[in-house]
Ligand binder design. Structure first.
Ligand SMILES: Nc1nc2c(ncn2[C@@H]2O[C@H](COP(=O)(O)OP(=O)(O)OP(=O)(O)O)[C@@H](O)[C@H]2O)c(=O)[nH]1
Ligand SMILES: [Mg+2]
Length: 687
């Protein structure tokens, strides 16, 4: 003991505050800033006048929608806090932040409904190998024994939840905490440092029991401590502290601290744990694969387009130093000159001349650098330390500015928003001619729209993206098409016989000819084919036609009046009359989806699928996801568009899905009539 990676480490720290929605992350963030003197007092979140995400959009929805960065100082060291949103729709915001931070503080509460959301957070930390401290918040409301709460939360964690403090109660009300490592009691005071007292005698037995259980967990990774426990020797406090620090850094345990962020209680113990026990920047750089002595390495955690000061790249200096004006290179040869280095406190910036390893600062005007990029001063060999891969979008809308003059402005604004939020995708759909924005939920996109209309002053029209319907035929017909015009001198003449027939689904279009005796001269056959193809762009129902075979079997020509144009016209005429007589039918795209849900909602999800004309293919336990299922289903694309809203509301916000195009299927009856008449109206409006 004592000789492990141990020892307590100071130096600048970068801390991500994460956790389920509304668990009190922003409240804790404010409480820490107030306690460390970065802000004069702790403002309640509901006041809206906080350092944490207080954008108009966040206020309107009473939730954080983006990560907020603030650097404060604690016991002479800089500590940067990054308050991340809890909603799954904004979860991707945390990913680049987590990659570059030393430790995550997971703010949780004793609420069964938020267990799956907590599980998602914990899995992400496991994936990125980020050490974590769990802050059990709202302890003022927690009537249950903390031990029972830990039993509830433990399944979300791959490492043991190691209780470091227990609540101190008076008549059932939590009035403070007992620190199990220090063996001291703290009586909470509102918005102030707790008062240290002796452990009350009637709490001593409870304290000893909890302390023993903490030591037992530590002994799992410390043989000497194990022996001491077996021989009932009291381990030295310093060695216990060393173990606590080493176990956190090595990711062997998840220490649990308790508190009431709203009243600033439990904040100081948390800060001390961060200062002493969290890994330092060297350890974090090593975790990310940075070789010691490799020169300056910078990781970009977040990009902000400020209204006046241009772009800011919130960055962690993992190794070396950055000075204002220096040139940095990103992956793929992107380069940029640092124009301004700032320490952030929410929206406030303080200018610095340089930043050193461990610091988290905003670098100005790195216009070609993106969130998640790794930067170095050497042009060659910049390697990304992390690959950001946003999950597949689950919600989309098509948008355009209400006024044409705003088109350029809108595209620039969306470009900035997508630069700030890499989980947003923008696509121009060739097929439907729409600009489609996709993201991670209805709220995610609603906020984008609000940002466009609010801060960018661009009124937007948005609607569900058009579904790429097709049509085909069910019967065969042989149809003649004759195009003949005699107007003045030169006439026009083309005459064809087309055999039109359906072919199996997915075949597309086939054109053949069985012309004998040159009744249609060779050089006009391609004209016939192009006439047919032109017609197929919009069949009798008004949609592109697929799975149709056309054979040119007969026809006639005129030596003077026949032309390329005339044969195209004749082919179109034949198709127009023929296709309508072939029993045309609408085809709709069907998607195959995997829906991921906590198991207790599986029944609700499987009931929901047929209501959306879907078909369950099967469901099973989600591999490697204890407590989750995956439901496989097919569903029409038109029904899957807003499926996520129902999925989320059935699962306290955590279900998700992944879908790919599967096949086209016939759509008949009223639904088909509605689609056809809507398309007809749209077409006549456009004409
Ligand atoms: N009782 C009690 N309520 C708290 C405590 N901390 C926060 N809250 C309340 O919990 C609610 C959510 O607080 P926030 O700090 O906005 O939570 P958040 O985790 O930042 O929420 P998102 O960022 O939207 O996920 C607010 O109404 C807070 O007043 C606490 O210690 N005790
Ligand atoms: Mg928040």
């Amino acid at each position: 003991m004592g000789n492990r990676a141990g020892g307590r480490r100071s130096g600048p720290k970068c801390v991500a505050i994460v956790g389920p929605f509304a668990s009190g992350k922003s409240t804790l963030f404010e409480a820490i800033l107030a306690r460390t003197g970065a802000i004069p007092r702790q403002n309640p979140i509901s006041s809206g006048s906080t350092v944490s995400d207080s954008s108009a959009e966040a206020k309107a929805h009473a939730m954080s929608i983006e990560a907020t960065v603030a650097t404060t100082e604690f016991m002479g060291d800089a500590i940067t806090l990054i308050d991340c949103p809890g909603s799954i729709e904004f979860a991707f915001e945390a990913e680049p932040v987590l990659a570059g931070c030393d430790v995550a503080v997971v703010v949780a509460e004793a609420d069964e409904k938020k267990i799956p959301a907590l599980q998602l957070v914990m899995r992400k930390l496991d994936e990125l190998k980020v050490p974590r401290i769990l802050f059990l918040n709202k302890i003022d409301k927690n009537a249950a024994a903390v031990r029972d709460t830990l039993k509830l939360l433990q399944p979300t964690s791959s490492t043991p939840l190691l209780l470091r403090q227990i609540p101190l109660r008076n008549n059932g009300v939590v009035v403070g905490s007992i620190d199990l490592a220090l063996e001291r009691a703290y009586v909470y005071r509102e918005y102030a440092e707790s008062e240290v007292t002796e452990i009350p005698s009637d709490e001593k037995a409870r304290e000893l029991e909890a302390r023993f259980s903490m030591l037992e967990t530590l002994a799992d990774h410390d043989d000497q401590l194990m022996e001491q426990l077996l021989e009932e020797i009291e381990p030295p406090k310093d060695e216990v502290f060393d173990d606590l620090a080493a176990d956190l850094r090595e990711g062997l345990v998840t220490p649990v601290l308790i508190g009431t962020a709203e009243k600033g209680n439990g904040v100081l113990r948390l800060l001390k744990a961060i200062r002493h026990d969290a890994p330092d920047v060297q350890a974090t750089a090593a975790r990310l694969g940075v070789k010691p002595g490799s020169g300056t390495v910078v990781q970009v955690l977040k990009s902000i387009h400020t209204p006046h000061g241009g772009k800011l790249s919130v960055s962690r200096i993992l190794e070396g130093a950055v000075t204002d004006g220096s040139e940095l290179y990103g992956p793929g040869g992107a380069s940029a000159k640092v124009s301004g280095i700032y320490r952030l406190l929410g929206k406030d910036q303080a200018k610095l001349a340089s930043a050193k390893a461990g610091d988290t600062v905003a670098l100005g005007k790195l216009d070609d650098i993106r969130t998640g990029d790794t930067l170095t001063p050497a042009k060659a060999g910049v390697k990304r330390l992390i690959e950001l891969a946003p999950p597949q979008p689950v919600f989309s809308f098509a948008l355009r500015p209400k006024e044409r003059k705003d088109e350029v402005k809108m595209s620039a604004a969306i470009h900035r928003l997508a630069d700030e939020d890499p989980s947003l995708t923008l696509q121009h759909n060739q097929d439907t001619g729409e600009t489609v924005l996709s993201g991670h939920g209805e709220m995610h996109l609603r906020v984008v729209r609000e940002k466009l209309e609010g801060r960018n002053q661009i009124p937007i029209d948005s609607h569900a993206p058009a579904i790429p319907y097709r049509e085909t035929i069910k019967k065969s017909v042989t149809q003649r098409g004759r195009h003949k015009k005699q107007s003045g001198g030169h006439g026009q003449f083309g005459d064809v016989v087309l055999e039109i027939k359906p072919v199996p689904r997915g075949t597309g279009f086939q054109f053949t000819e069985t012309i004998t005796g040159g009744v249609v001269p060779r050089n006009y056959i391609p004209s016939v084919e192009s006439g047919v193809r032109d017609f197929l762009k919009s069949g009798p129902l008004g949609f592109p036609m697929v799975d149709v075979a056309v054979n040119l079997s007969d026809g006639s020509y005129h030596t003077v009046d026949s032309s390329d144009m005339a044969f195209q016209m004749a082919a179109k005429l034949a198709m127009k009359e023929g296709a309508a007589a072939c029993a045309p039918v609408l085809l709709e795209p069907i998607m195959k989806a995997e829906i991921f849900t906590p198991s207790d909602a599986t029944a609700r999800i499987t009931a929901l699928v047929p209501q959306r004309r879907g078909q369950i293919l099967g469901y099973d336990a989600r591999p490697d996801w204890p407590g989750w299922d995956v439901v496989e289903a097919t569903m029409p694309q038109s029904e899957i568009g807003d499926l996520i809203i129902e999925l989320r509301s059935a699962t306290a916000g955590v279900a998700s899905y992944r879908a790919t195009f599967d096949h086209m299927a016939e759509l008949t009856g009223r639904l088909a009539d509605d689609v056809i008449s809507a398309a007809g109206k749209a077409a006549s409006k456009a004409a």
